[in-house]
Ligand binder design. Sequence first.
Ligand SMILES: [Zn+2]
Length: 282
Amino acid sequence: MPELPEVEITARLIGAAVAGAEIESALAPGINTLKTFAPPLDALAGRRIERVRRRGKQIIVEVEGGLALLLHLMSSGRLQLFDKRAGLRDRTSRLLVRIADGRELRLREFGTKQAAWVKLLERDALEGDESLARLGPEAWPEPPADLASRLSEPRPLHAALRDQRVIAGIGRSWVDEILWTARLSPFKRGSDLDADELAALSEAIASTLERALEHYERTVALPIPDKLPMPLEVHRHEGEPCPRCGTRLEAVNYEDYVMSYCPSCQTEGRTLKDRRLSRLLK
Ligand SMILES: [Zn+2]
């Protein structure tokens, strides 16, 4: 699940490698991957890539002449840069951007669902596009100074921090690490945080995401691996000892994801495995 650190390292490494490169052609083999029709994908041919950047969990490839590709990897997409072109039989391919020197920028998606998407937009239209216009401020490098008011609704932190309108870039994996680092219960309501807890949360957001990025700077290289080596210590580590206190990590299982936490560090020793019970835990 690519979140802020995974998308940031992807944008950094690919951006450094393709800035200035000329696009030969582009095609979108994915079903419904391309969400826009004007300008057409053919408009990319012959233009140079200017830079690649990230906003929230999305990647923006800026192309000369005022165009931009906006990509969302969703839960199982990867943007990778290969030295050679893919055969058209690669069923994971959703978008292929062929570089004039023979390299290929490839949006691939693993799994059965086709959810990753791409928009080709005039750069002027980028910020107004619904997927960017609704995004809250970036979680990294500095969490928003108004985090307290952004979390003022009585919602559990585990949900509020993953709401991209509240703060952009955090998802199901890193939220567990952040709350564990801040020693806060995933079910504590944002509106119940005191000043010390807010400061701890803000610090944990910044330090956790920064640590992940430093790890990726050391371990990730082009073409960008299919599976990123996520340095998670708590998320999906239920049953193992807490790296801080040794207590057995627990988890609440939802239909399509898992929330992991340390009962000693985060929930005053209480263990909850069922989300109906989770309402009792703040
Ligand atoms: Zn612990």
